[in-house]
Write a protein that binds this ligand. Sequence first.
Ligand code: COA
Length: 167
Amino acid sequence: MAEPFLIRPATLADAERIFALVHLNRDQLVPRSLGNIVENIDRFFVASAGGEMTGCATYQVHPELGDALAATVEVQSLVVKSMFRRRGIGKALVEAVIARVMPFRPHEIVALTFAPEFFRSLGFEEIPKTKVMHKLYTGCINCTKHTNPFTCPEIAMRKGGAKSDEQ
Ligand SMILES: CC(C)(COP(=O)(O)OP(=O)(O)OC[C@H]1O[C@@H](n2cnc3c(N)ncnc32)[C@H](O)[C@@H]1OP(=O)(O)O)[C@@H](O)C(=O)NCCC(=O)NCCS
């Protein structure tokens, strides 16, 4: 039987393992320095099974010019160790991110991904990359693999967030 897993907020003790896992999957993920992971450790979740860190995920809030309520949240650095895949760990990590950010009442949750089927299974839908210009200007502009985000095979996906109803 597969080892049961738990999802928990990351601690500084996880930072080097997160770095190693993201680096190992650098073909699918935007690279992160150890310093960047440490600076943002409060936004990381990790999965652990039998005392082993088996996956991680984090997020970033992207503001929209002139409209605080239109901010989007991007799922980032989502990865599960290959031998632990297809056990629901990736899904549980994204659900932990969503549960964390929903109280902020973001307009939507987005991802740029090579794993559209995974995100579709979580209720995300494909959108044109022109809908995530903030991501293109903050992340893709520094891409070292592709010169143009519109010809890169990554797919932009979104899931609706929540609108604040307080005045
Ligand atoms: C994407 C990734 C995080 C998925 O993690 P995972 O733990 O295997 O995902 P889950 O087991 O929670 O999968 C949930 C559902 O997503 C879908 N899914 C997951 N991986 C899939 C794949 N490779 N192909 C098609 N559907 C897939 C399935 O519907 C699956 O449910 P099922 O196993 O009952 O059929 C993992 O494959 C990974 O680390 N990939 C490399 C890094 C990456 O691409 N990260 C995403 C960057 S945004």
